[in-house]
Design a protein. Structure first.
Length: 132
């Protein structure tokens, strides 16, 4: 009955996560698949309306009400990431650092939020806190 159905879903989830873990080369890609799985709209490599060379934003997520633009960097937030995000308006701009610490606050960078996955810390324009 319901128990078997749920157990099958758990097994499917394990395969899904393992596939993402093995096949993915990026956090943005895993977030994309997870977001689609949640029923959100997700666009990878969204063209940034910046001047000069064509820049692409790693990920654009929307639940239909709010849109979050995301750039993922390894050690520190890159200037070009902020520049690309700044070219978008009426979206929540987020920088994710996968393997580094937050060097500059969201306010200093001019984005709404900076997230350090390694340190589990978040700097938002409102405050700075640790995720526990």
């Amino acid at each position: 009955g319901d128990e078997v159905n749920f157990v099958n879903k758990v097994v499917a989830l394990a395969f899904f996560v393992f596939f993402m873990y093995i096949e993915s080369n990026s956090i943005a890609e895993i977030m994309h698949y997870a977001a689609v799985n949640k029923g959100w709209k997700s666009v990878r490599e969204y063209p940034a309306p910046t001047s000069g060379r064509k820049g692409r934003i790693d990920l654009l997520l929307s639940d239909g009400k709010e849109t979050v633009a995301i750039e993922v960097d390894a050690k520190v937030v890159k200037t070009k990431s902020v520049k690309k995000l700044s070219s978008l308006h009426e979206v929540f701009r987020m920088c994710i650092i996968s393997d580094g610490s937050i060097q500059k606050t969201a306010q200093e960078l001019g984005v709404e939020m900076v997230v350090s996955i390694k340190d589990r810390t978040v700097s938002s324009v409102r405050n700075f806190y640790r995720m526990d």
